[in-house]
Every structure is written in C-alpha cells, then in structure tokens.
Write a protein that binds this ligand. Structure first.
Ligand code: BGC
Length: 396
C-alpha cells in the first residue's frame, strides 16, 4: 500500500503538459492539453519500443533511452524550447514521500535493469535529461499507471474513485482519507484525501496450485507478485502452457508428443485468439498446432485446449473482481455510494469474456448492490493521467 501524494483533480486544471508512460516494453511520450471543463486531449504522441537488452541491462542505459526518446519527440514536434513541466507514469512499485520523487522498491514484469532498485527514479531521469541537454524540463509528478488511470477518468467523472490495470501486469489504486494512511507522517501538511496504490499484484496469500508454483519458480521474481501471476497478460499464456504440458504427460493429449513446445510458442494473445475461436473445427487452434508440427490433433483435443484457456482466464477474471470488490468495500463497507472504477489494459479491453466475468462475479458477490460498481474503460489513462498529475502538482 503506497501513498501517491496526489489527489483526484478538481476538473478545472488547464494547460499543456508532456507526459511519459513507461510500464512495459512500449514507452510513450505524449503532449496532452487540458481545458478546464474535464476534457483532456492527446495532441501528439509517439511510441518507442524499448529493446529487452535495455530493460534487462544497466539502469543508466534505460534512463538514457528514455531521455533520448523525449529529446526526439520534442525535436520532431518542434517543442524543445516550449515545455517545461513533465508528468511521469512509472508502472512499478515506488515508495514516495512527495509527488515528484519515489524510490523503486522492486522491478516487476520482467524488467531487471541494474542500479535502479532503491534509487529515486525522478533523480535518475533528471540526470539523464541533463546528459541529453534537456535541463529546461522539470519532472513535476511521478505516478503509478493505476493512479494515472484514476486521475484521467476522475478529471471527467467526479465519483470515480478506483483505478485498475489489467494488462501486462495488474494493480489497483483508490482514494483514501489521509488521516487513515499510517504511512503518511502525521506532521505532513497534506490534508483531505490522497490516492493509495495498493500494489495488489503482490498480494501473496491466495492458494496456489501446482501450475502456479511452477510458473512462479520459473519467473524472474519467484515468491513475488503471486496474484499478478494468476491474473495478468504477462503470465496467462504461460499458465495455460503448464496445464497443457501436464495433460500431455498425464492423459496422453496429442499421444504424449509435444516436445518442441516452448514458452515463446504460447503467449496470452494466442490463448485470447483460441478462446474467440467459435468455428466447429477450432481452426485457429488447429493452425497453431499445425505450425508446431502437431498435424493429427482431434477436434476433442483442440476443444480441451480451448477449455483450459477458459478455466485459466475465468479464474483470472474472478480474482480480479474479488480485488475490485475488496478495495471498494474498504472505502464503503455498506456500499452506500456509487463507485466508478476506471480500468485500462489490453486484457480487460480485448480478452474474450474477461470484462463480463468480472461483472458477473461482482453480481454474485453483492447481488443488487453490485449496481454500486460501474466499470469504465479509461483508454490512454496512464498517459493522460501523468499530464493531469503534472497539472495538479503545478497548482499553487
Ligand atoms: C506493478 C504495478 C503496476 C502494474 C500494472 C505491476 O507489475 O507492480 O506498479 O501498476 O504492474 O502495470
């Protein structure tokens, strides 16, 4: 549970801001304008693909890559001399003592860049900006992507009080009374409310089955982010792979032969395609198997694969609903108010039935009171939210 040192915007913030969105292998730089009526507009944006050698290399190279991307974006758009205030969405667990500083607690989602854990990422980026002669840019806000997502939606909808990501990773944040946050010193001048980043992906108390345990042991961060490993896009394909391997050995699926089946052969976007395959012969699954050299699969075997995908993704959506429910009950135990939950992430946006299963599970958990929950997609929330955080932080 990490305090963010930022609260939801009033909706009247105004101006143009540079936003950075770093959370996976794609990194985005955006120019966002805010009018004062709750409308945020992405004026320009550019996506950069960060090579894996950079996300797993030296920290200095990672921050140089980010600074070089900002420089390229500003020069391309002829903005270099204009913009000074920058909001930084950094989608990893960071412990903050102000809105414009934060130390990385640990990397997640396969990042391992050295020399960053324990350091202030705002300072590391400021130093890299200096190396690239971008001293006129000041990082005025650092936010988690869940916080960005909540800020972006609450700029337009006042009762939005939860931000959630179901993407490569998963996490949720919510609005809390500052007086209830023990991690914020009582001497702090901050009053009222503050957004809290729960880092629910690192909730490590759920029962694990044998597939979860194998996946965890094989991961870059064993023992950590165990709920994330049951829910998010980085892992669902690998969980399905573990179950298929088990079925090959135990029940003789594909006559026990499937030796060239590596992790790269089954990603979450593959299982998403399998689940949307409604053809009688399950042709998408057949094409994938054919490609791996399994040309004699039966329709029944292909249906089994589809069923495995369904079990794994349904469990993920049910746990996701339980997480949303727990956070809302923390704010409002009797469900007396309406809560808008801003959600971003490809899994939520694209995975077949993911959203519907969350809604059905909330109904199963809360009956008619589930009407108190409104899930709303916050596309680009993490990028836009960085600009809103910069706007909120720049207010007198
Ligand atoms: C990180 C969170 C982030 C989430 C979604 C997790 O791996 O720990 O900080 O919000 O991914 O991107």
């Amino acid at each position: 549970m990490l305090p963010s040192f930022v609260d939801c915007p009033a909706g009247n913030e105004k101006g143009s801001f540079i936003a950075l969105d770093l959370g996976g292998t794609n990194f985005r730089v955006l120019l966002v304008s805010l009018d004062d009526t709750g409308l945020a507009k992405i004026e320009k944006s550019r996506k950069f693909v960060i090579p894996i050698s950079v996300t797993t290399g030296e920290g200095e190279a990672l921050f140089n890559f980010i600074a070089a991307s900002i420089r390229d974006f500003l020069f391309d758009q002829a903005l270099a001399s204009h913009y000074k205030s920058l909001g930084f969405t950094f989608s990893f667990p960071v412990t903050q003592s102000s809105v414009n500083s934060g130390r990385l607690l640990t990397w997640t989602k396969g990042f391992t860049a050295t020399g960053v854990v324990g350091c202030d990422v705002v300072q590391l980026l400021t130093e890299a900006l200096h190396r690239y002669h971008l001293d006129n840019i000041h990082i005025t806000a650092l936010v988690n992507d869940t916080v960005g997502t909540l800020l972006a939606k609450s700029y337009e909808i006042a009762n939005c009080d939860v931000g959630v990501i179901f993407g490569t990773g998963t996490n949720g944040c919510y609005r809390e009374r500052v007086s209830s946050i023990s991690a914020v010193p009582t001497s702090s001048a901050i009053d009222g409310h503050m957004i809290v980043n729960t880092e629910w992906g690192n909730f490590n108390c759920l029962p694990m089955n044998k597939f979860d345990r194998v996946l965890d042991e094989m991961s870059k961060n064993p023992g950590k982010q165990q709920m994330e490993k049951m829910i998010s896009g980085m892992y669902l394909g690998q969980l399905v792979r573990q179950v298929i391997i088990d079925q090959i050995h135990d029940t003789g699926l594909f006559s026990g032969e499937f030796s060239i089946f590596t992790a790269a052969d089954l990603q979450t976007h593959d299982i998403s395609n399998f689940q949307s395959d409604t053809s009688a012969d399950l042709v998408i699954i057949k094409a994938w198997l054919d490609n791996l050299g399994i040309t004699h699969s039966s329709v029944k075997e292909r249906a089994d694969i589809r069923q495995i995908c369904q079990y794994v993704s349904e469990r993920a959506a049910k746990i996701s609903a339980a997480a949303i429910s727990a956070v809302v009950l923390r704010m409002d135990p009797q469900l007396e108010c309406h809560h808008t939950i801003a959600v971003d992430g490809t899994l939520y946006a694209k995975y077949p039935d993911f959203k519907q299963t969350i809604i059905k599970t909330l109904q199963a958990l809360h009956g008619v009171a589930s009407r108190r929950f409104s899930l709303t997609q916050s596309t680009d929330g993490s990028g836009v939210g960085a600009a809103i955080a910069a706007a909120v932080a720049s207010q007198p």
